[in-house]
Write a protein that binds this ligand. Structure first.
Ligand code: NI
Length: 220
């Protein structure tokens, strides 16, 4: 740890150490990370349209890990950054591709950058008032998630979909915003030609004008 004196000579200042993390694409691992979580199929119950397909996949598959997140975070202070790696297995429930739970940042005006490392995926985004956007992500694609957009990633390929990400350290995550609306407005499903398409989520309930106003802090 480097210790330096500040200008007035009274209190020594302790600088945060620079960091170095190496991405291991094949293992979906971030060397030198200090945080990790994973979501297994059972953790994702209720996200997919076809609950029967979900239940039978869960019975047959032995509850595999669907995605993992490894990150490097030293603080949650404004101005600091959190970065990490997310890796999602390929697969589907019925005709719906594997996806992450998704969230809006608890401090909703905080943006995020994702960078494709492996596989073929999408960032599905939704504004509080129900606009949808989809960004296709392949290796070396940078995806910018602007402030106030709900975001969820979807693996539409046959390999692990791996991305690095970075966001302001004081962002936080609100995972319930999606559940409160009956899911995101769009679902991503297979086509007969083994591509993907977005279809309407029939359970979706639009947010009220008050809710939109609250989330967007008066920006919308
Ligand atoms: Ni985020």
């Amino acid at each position: 740890m480097v210790v330096m004196s500040v200008g007035n000579g009274s209190m020594p200042m302790r600088w945060v150490e620079p960091g170095r993390c190496v991405v291991n694409v094949s293992d979906g691992a971030l060397e030198n990370c200090n945080g990790r979580y994973e979501k297994r199929l059972a953790d994702l119950s209720g996200l997919y349209a076809n609950q029967m397909a979900f239940d039978s996949l869960l019975r047959e598959s032995g509850n595999p890990v669907v995605y993992s997140v490894e990150d490097y975070r030293l603080s949650s202070k404004p101005g600091d950054l959190i970065f990490g790696l997310t890796s999602m297995a390929p697969g589907y429930v019925g005709d719906e591709f594997f996806l992450t739970r998704g969230h809006i940042h608890a401090e909703a005006d905080r943006p995020e950058i994702y960078y494709g490392q492996n596989g073929d995926g999408l960032m599905l985004m939704e504004s509080p008032d129900g606009e949808s956007r989809i960004v296709e992500i392949r290796p070396r694609t940078i995806c910018y998630v602007p402030p106030f957009w709900i975001h969820r990633s979807v693996n539409v390929g046959h390999e692990n979909f791996v991305m690095t990400f970075v966001y302001p350290a004081d962002s936080g995550q609100d995972y319930e915003i999606i559940a409160r609306s009956g899911g995101m407005k769009q679902r991503i499903v297979r086509t007969e030609s083994s591509g993907w398409k977005a279809v309407p989520n029939e359970n979706y309930r639009p947010r009220t004008a008050d809710a939109v106003q609250r989330i967007s802090k008066g920006v919308a």
